[in-house]
Design a protein around this ligand. Structure first.
Ligand SMILES: [Zn+2]
Length: 107
């Protein structure tokens, strides 16, 4: 379930911060009252900072390498250089060469 950020618009109790995060289904109605303190809240339409931060960590070169993925960065038209990844992964990729290989395989 996705996590949503809500901002209290009409005060909040000691149990809450001004901005709270709650889980609920995508199709569920947005909360209008805080489930914790019952004060009015409004959903903030943005990716919660914690989530954005964790995505950044997950997609970091270091973590991708750890999971065995290679990351390539476009260097020029149709050419990609390895930014991170296993030592046995090719250091460059060439779009045209890959396309020729796929054509040969009949894909
Ligand atoms: Zn609250």
């Amino acid at each position: 379930m996705p996590i949503y950020e809500y901002k209290h618009t009409d005060g909040f109790s000691n149990d809450c911060q001004e901005v709270e995060e709650f889980f609920h289904g995508i199709s569920a109605e947005a909360y209008t009252k805080c489930p914790k303190c019952d004060h009015a809240i409004q959903r903030i339409v943005s990716m919660p900072a914690k989530h954005a931060e964790s995505m950044k960590d997950k997609m970091s070169d270091k973590n991708l390498s750890r999971l065995g993925f290679s990351k390539y960065v476009k260097s020029s038209d149709g050419k990609y250089e390895k930014a991170s990844g296993p030592a046995d992964a090719p250091s460059t990729l060439d779009r045209d060469a890959m396309k020729q290989n796929l054509d040969k395989m009949g894909v």
